[in-house]
Design a protein around this ligand. Sequence first.
Ligand SMILES: Nc1nc2c(c(=O)[nH]1)N[C@H]1C(S)=C(S)[C@@H](COP(=O)(O)OP(=O)(O)OC[C@H]3O[C@@H](n4cnc5c(=O)[nH]c(N)nc54)[C@H](O)[C@@H]3O)O[C@H]1N2
Ligand SMILES: Nc1nc2c(c(=O)[nH]1)N[C@H]1C(S)=C(S)[C@@H](COP(=O)(O)OP(=O)(O)OC[C@H]3O[C@@H](n4cnc5c(=O)[nH]c(N)nc54)[C@H](O)[C@@H]3O)O[C@H]1N2
Ligand SMILES: [Mo]
Length: 755
Amino acid sequence: MSRAPREDFDESDVQVGHHKEYAAGVPGVYHALKKSYEQMGATRTTRTLLRLNQKDGFDCPGCAWPEKDHRHVAEFCENGAKAVAEEATRRVVDADFFARHPVRELGGKSDWWLGQQGRLVEPMIKPAGQDHYRPISWDAAFDLIATELRGLDSPDRATFYTSGRTSNEAAFVYQLMVRALGTNNLPDCSNMCHESSGSALTEAIGVGKGSVQIDDLEQAELIVVMGQNPGTNHPRMLSTLEVAKQNGAVIVAVNPLPEPGLMNFHNPQTPKGVAGGGTPLADDFLQVRIGGDQALMMAVAQILLQDDSLVDHAFITEHTAGFDEYRAHVKGLDLAELVEATGLTESQVRGLAARFAASTKTVVCWAMGITQHKHSVATIREIVNVLMIQGNLGRPGAGVCPVRGHSNVQGDRTMGIFEKMPEWFLDNLRDEFGFEPPRKHGHDTVDSLRAMRDGEIDVFMAVGGNFVRATPDSNLTEAALRRCRLTVQVSTKLNRSHTVCGETALILPTLGRTDKDVQAGGMQRVSVEDSMSRVHASHGRLKPASDSLLSEVSIVTRLAKRAVGDKVDIPWDEFEADYAKIRDRISRVVPGFDDYETKLSDPNGFTLPHATRSRRFPTKTGRANFAACPLEYPHIPEGRLLLQTLRSHDQYNTTIYGLDDRYRGIKNGRRVVFVNSVDLNTLELADGDMVDLVSEWKDGVDRRAENFRVVEYDTAKGCAAAYYPETNVLVPLDSVADVSNTPTSKSVIVRLEKR
Ligand SMILES: Nc1nc2c(c(=O)[nH]1)N[C@H]1C(S)=C(S)[C@@H](COP(=O)(O)OP(=O)(O)OC[C@H]3O[C@@H](n4cnc5c(=O)[nH]c(N)nc54)[C@H](O)[C@@H]3O)O[C@H]1N2
Ligand SMILES: Nc1nc2c(c(=O)[nH]1)N[C@H]1C(S)=C(S)[C@@H](COP(=O)(O)OP(=O)(O)OC[C@H]3O[C@@H](n4cnc5c(=O)[nH]c(N)nc54)[C@H](O)[C@@H]3O)O[C@H]1N2
Ligand SMILES: [Mo]
């Protein structure tokens, strides 16, 4: 184990090499173990990694990709291991640390430095007007928050954020507390993530979740992976793709970047992967222009519709609505314009259509490259349209696969973390708990920020996450947070949201997924839902970083008891003592959870029903809906580039594990901007130049991210890429996706100003 760094890193040391052509393999395992040893030491590393994603172990706090029923003993991936090391670290941030570092000083540190300091171990308060956090007792902290909440003019003057690591049990009691207080202000990370998928899928098929299981991918004839970098963000997905490939699937990657994981995969779990060679995964790589995916899918639809024998009329007649109007709309589109918008050649577009035509079982997977644009919802509707033409919904080997991010982000939504939960859910809550939940929709993430900016929010509370760094328009966001009277962060690790805070700020340190959770009723398990609607138990096993940590359930129930009081009769103490009591309530409020406790004892967990799988579509029409959406794609002004903000290989969202992006050839730094050589020529720039990125938006405000090193890179023409969260300052708060209100983090128009 090594000590936390004292010094921050120096961006001027950044080194740029060649990008890799394959992912994972032995170097991945080596890097994972190295990080784990640094944070945990040898014994804890072995014990921890062997428990990862095993049936009696804990769910990996990394991504939401499901586990196979029959697991390898070491079913961990490099980045899963890094996520665990980051949480299970033995470094601690204690009262002494805060005495040494004033908040203002911490505010000047990088995200990497803050995260590297270790686990938060005791509740801390930064009193109004002071610049240091100091210890506070749990009771005093809860009393303070409860007093603030009770004193609000309206419960809507508080907003309650959640990040997707929160367990089902904690999420359920949290939303219950918030609704018992009288507001639906429940923004969550999903608002910035897969909200566009949820919005589009709910309208199209009646369920805002993916319809496929691992088996479907393994049986598919065609898998199209759009806007996703699984080699870094969902490494275990590569094992599934490898099996699919061995079973004969064709895999197509649609991406402005040739992401190594998709191009070639060395599986560390197989001898062939260890020895080299590996599996070339993608059969075709379509280097689409940013935001060109809707046009691409429309072009595919137009070509498929020209051959009536490809159209599944039986499915369309029996199960769908709006086909005739949709067909007329697509036929009327100009193929040349569609092709132009994709940035691809016509023969590439026709090639993709031919792949669809040749397949009887197709799955489309996607992630942030699809969801974070102005026209994301329309793009996802188009993906569903194309699948429906050939009846690729609700049959084995086919369907929609939005690949979720945080390990329980999907479960949190199922538990009611949503500012506009449907009426039936609120009715169920009322019937179960005997109070009338508020019906007025609450604020999502962007609306919460607007309300804070406008002085309409007094209390901000977050269970997990790093709100100030994850959200767009960093300068505006920081000012908005500072307008709050009280900000409360329930966190495992130190981050920027502890340094940019309200007048009074609280840090409530909590147990993570890997930690043992013992309550009055004994050792507790929690449960989570993966990206494919499978719910299973997670057992924390490690000794917590300190005896004073409370679980998220304890924190929420103890606060609720004081803040809600006896206005509503809810047995908060019983919930805290035994989480099975919470699950019992969930089983009566949330459909699909009957017999929750028993089903959870199955080591493989259980899969929630998904209507699409039996070709039922609980939409307003009672059918799956085609959508004739207008064509949209970004128009890039002369001399400008379209910037996407994405993840390096060494980060988990705003948590920066390290300073390398091995697959893209970057070492020791993060302020780099990837640009195509043709664009560099036009802009009279060269690899190695230093530039400022200046975003241009219709409000006329110049948003600026300074001092980036230009890296010549193979990305689609007219497009650029740089890491999040350093570039969040460039994303205007009002630049959001239609319908879903998701910030457009993948399409920001920028000019590059040479320094
Ligand atoms: N190790 C690790 N794992 C993670 C995370 C992490 O930060 N680190 N984050 C988790 C979370 S919360 C999430 S949501 C997921 C994120 O997983 P990803 O969505 O894979 O994450 P990003 O890095 O944002 O990558 C976006 C991808 O979309 C491509 N892209 C960008 N714009 C477009 C476009 O217009 N069209 C197309 N077709 N492609 C485009 C980019 O080139 C990139 O490959 O990963 C989860 N897992
Ligand atoms: N520009 C740009 N912005 C983006 C994105 C992008 O691609 N580009 N992606 C968006 C996406 S997809 C997402 S999901 C959001 C992510 O937004 P968030 O979920 O808010 O951010 P994270 O970085 O995942 O949060 C990390 C913090 O969570 C806390 N934490 C970790 N584990 C636990 C736990 O078990 N319990 C508790 N209570 N706290 C814990 C730690 O203190 C850690 O510092 O960012 C969004 N923002
Ligand atoms: Mo996400």
